[in-house]
Design a binder for this molecule. Structure first.
Ligand code: BGC
Length: 348
């Protein structure tokens, strides 16, 4: 196993570094300090061909022209906050609105557009990079000086591990995620239509036209949201079910059952034989099927199109601050925020 480093680009006169984590099974994970972003995962298919299995680019400038959060660390709060407004302990806060009348993914120029300090590390059973960011009190309207670290690592079991730690000096909101888009076919011309998804989730969060949750959790039974058994994502792309029609696929939180053993999500692509199993300490996974991707975005020379990749965003339920039962995303002084998500790569 090793971790190596190259100069990847320049942003505001600062060097952007890309780190490559490699294990002994020919799996590679690439990350950069701009946005603490995953830029690539290369994993073998069942024939032994190793190709890119996430949307990203080998060219830094591509990241300055996209607004799809490819592989980025998203925060302070992933997903939409209705009206960009919330209150903690009786104090009201108004965030800048960057998604119609709401605030999405922490507001404009959030974690994904900032340069993080980076520290590669190498241990007996894993290699990785720790990214640190200081987010001052008032950043995008959020209270509290926040210190946040994201640890990316890769081990010999083909597990990509994400570990988050944070502290604040005032009560604030925190709900970060990683916005990786998988395309396990490893073929940039093929959409995720052929992908099968299994989720340990019997309820999903209904959304409104503007993408904000209504607060209602819907039983997945007899809907295209039933992934309790492995099912094709295409079932929702072709469906007349109103929640699918609203977004041309999926852009929804699934409330995780957390009932016992096994991963929270398993995504597989039968032709390549690749499979990713995700396990998280969070209570939800947002499945976004790349509905808004279009040819206006070009990554690595490839124009994007709808459904070319799909995310499995492990996080607490979006807009949790406004909905009973969605979980606690308030971080208080003296408490250390910690969260973990693991994506394990296998062949089926
Ligand atoms: C959101 C989508 C949005 C996409 C890219 C997803 O997490 O839920 O609505 O279009 O990110 O910004």
């Amino acid at each position: 196993m090793e971790v190596s480093k190259i100069e990847f680009g320049l942003f505001h006169n600062q060097t952007i570094w890309q780190y490559t984590l490699t294990n002994d099974n020919r799996m590679k994970l690439k990350v950069m300090n701009y946005g603490a972003t995953l830029t690539n995962i290369e994993a073998p298919d069942k024939q032994g061909n190793t190709t890119r299995v996430v949307i990203g680019s080998d060219h830094f400038h591509d990241y300055l022209q996209e607004d799809a959060y490819f592989g980025a660390t998203v925060g302070r709060v992933a997903g939409r906050i209705t009206a960009g407004r919330f209150s903690i302990d009786g104090t009201n806060y108004q965030l800048p609105l960057n998604d119609g009348k709401n605030t999405n993914h922490g507001g404009p120029d959030s974690f994904e557009h900032l340069i993080w300090d980076s520290h590669p590390f190498s241990k007996a059973d894993q290699v990785g990079v720790r990214f640190d960011l200081f987010s001052p009190n008032g950043t995008n309207g959020f209270p509290g000086n926040l210190n946040i670290s994201v640890f990316y690592s890769l081990n010999q079991k083909n597990e990509w591990h994400l570990h988050y730690e944070a502290t604040t000096d005032k009560p604030t909101l925190l709900n970060p995620t990683n916005h990786v888009y998988f395309n396990l076919a490893g073929d940039p011309d093929r959409t995720v239509d052929s992908h099968l998804l299994k989720l340990a989730s019997h309820r999903f969060g209904e959304i409104k036209k503007d993408g904000t949750p209504t607060g209602r959790l819907i039983d997945v039974a007899d809907t295209p949201f039933d992934f309790t058994k492995s099912a094709a994502l295409k079932q929702g792309f072709d469906s007349d079910y109103p929640q699918n029609k609203l977004v041309n696929g999926y852009d929804h939180p699934f409330f995780l059952d957390k009932s016992g053993e096994g991963p929270d999500a398993v995504l597989e692509e039968p032709l390549s034989g690749r499979q990713v199993s995700m396990t998280t300490t969070n209570n939800a996974v947002v499945v976004y099927s790349g509905n808004a991707l279009s040819s206006q975005i070009v990554m690595d020379g490839k124009p994007m199109k709808a459904h070319l990749g799909m995310t499995l965003e492990a996080q607490m339920m979006p807009d949790a601050i406004h909905h009973e039962g969605f979980g606690n995303i308030i971080l208080r002084p003296g408490v250390k925020y910690e969260a973990d998500t693991v994506y394990r790569f296998d062949l089926i």
